[in-house]
Design a protein around this ligand. Sequence first.
Ligand code: GLA
Length: 389
Amino acid sequence: MQVNTQELIERFAKVFPGDSPRCVARAPGRVNLIGEHVDYNDGFVLPIAMSQALYVVAGPADDGHVTVNTTAFSESVRFPANDPGPPGSPMWGNYIRGVARMLLNRNVRIKPARLLIHSDVPVGGGVSSSAALEVGTAMALLTLAGQRLDPIPLALLARQAEHEYAHSPCGIMDQFICVLGKKDHALLLDCRSQEYEQLPLRFPETVLAVMNTQVKHEIGGSEYPVRQRQCQEGLAILKAGHPHIASLRDVTSEHLDTCEKRMDVVAFSRCRHVVTEIRRTQQAADALRLHDATQFGQLMTESHVSLRDDYAVSCPELDALVDLATGVPGCYGARMTGGGFGGCAIALIHRSAEQPLRDAITKEYDTRFKKPAIVYVTVPADGAFVHSL
Ligand code: GLA
């Protein structure tokens, strides 16, 4: 799945005859190993940047506009360089307009430009193609303007674009891993302090399998703010009983127990997921430090059970993939990754288990759901970067 930058440059020349590209930005998708639905609760997350990425080939224009084409969609997006306008259609254009607006708000003088976007990151696959689009676009526009932003302000700007232009109230995980990813490392990110640690992902003889359900996680869009609200409802009751609590990060299982009777049963389960998931993520980081794949895998599977039963963000296809994977000898653990309701599951497996896992999925999943799950192996890659041509 290696993308040939030279081919993209040639493609740019065909799409925009007479214009020359000046830079190519590469922004990866992400796989979260553990720490799901906790970033907006001040928790810890442990994602990796994937080897699959989105590319933005960019060159200057002299017509006062930013014109964006993609290799995936036939429509293009075009707006005056000094006014990206409000969110509208097509949906993918909103990430670009949003980023342009946030850059202008920071007094970046966006130059008229031609952008060609190509992505290896499956769209709607729960591996954050949107953060890759935001970050890749921002880097390309900044480079054409002769400016740069440090990784964290860049990630925060990209997330702001997603909030305001895609109306998705996401946490900070996706944009942070997109800019901070490091080859062969996972990122332990404290979403409260924004401090982070790059931990080497060193489980000898293991690989990380990504299993795409081929179910687009669209419903997740509407359920996501509902989960946030349920967490806030639970938090309000916990705070009433324990005034020092600022967020679910400060909550222990004992606090939960003392407040259970006063809490709505749904809010209680949502909070229990968050509290236990934050703890699991810290334990998983320790397992990573000790190269203990068995412990890490077990925590992954426990995370899935919690997301399925307490947080209710899984779906039959994700559950089936996790059950299939954990039934294959040599699988240490498996879970859904990302927002849920479709998208991808991941499994930590001994490398000898790759073919048996593929066979089991073809036999069981593809027959049961009448569509093939796409399985591939990924390794932690570097975060986004841009190179000038
Ligand atoms: C989506 C959001 C992230 C995070 C995950 C769930 O990917 O964009 O901020 O909340 O869901 O962990």
